[in-house]
Design a protein around this ligand. Sequence first.
Ligand SMILES: Cc1cc2nc3c(=O)[nH]c(=O)nc-3n(C[C@H](O)[C@H](O)[C@H](O)COP(=O)(O)O)c2cc1C
Length: 171
Amino acid sequence: MNILILQGSPRANGNTAWMAEEYRKAAEATGHTVTLVDVAHKKIAGCMACEYCHGKGNGACIQKDDMQELYPLLAEAEVLVLAAPIYYFTMSAQIQAPIQRIYNMNKPGKLKKAAMLLSSYSPNVYDGAIGEYHGILNYWGVEDTGIVTAKIDEQKTDATRAKILDLVKSL
Ligand SMILES: Cc1cc2nc3c(=O)[nH]c(=O)nc-3n(C[C@H](O)[C@H](O)[C@H](O)COP(=O)(O)O)c2cc1C
């Protein structure tokens, strides 16, 4: 399948980046086509709610920032993987902006499945991120293939790598 991973931590060698990379390696090893985008180091602004996309823009976003690189990738993606650190009980701002900029597409046209990778310091801090993820998937009619979380003592471990491998196997 054609998989797009959005990595939303500003820490290039951090735990979210590690989880995203493990997912990429496992998916490529099983024959999938994977694009991993480090959205935290892109210039992507929030949606302006100008409604240009639903009017004169005919589906195009008026903001000409790095989101323009993502739109063709989203249009081709069959699987979307959201990889994010937990900041204040939800996904980081760096990944919220590109998610909310999908507003112009309504739903990425070929998307069938999704997965989520979350990293945090503490346990039991995932409800906000998971609630948002499930809400979006229900809205789009996209299947959830699973969620892997890693709190401080679960980061960069063989056990977390095995959970990510299982997630890829469930595609
Ligand atoms: C601004 C900020 C807010 C955070 N908020 C939370 C939080 O609410 N709960 C939590 O468990 N960890 C929180 N953390 C810790 C990160 O989620 C944790 O260190 C995570 O593993 C970072 O992922 P990374 O290594 O990919 O950057 C926060 C970190 C930052 C920088």
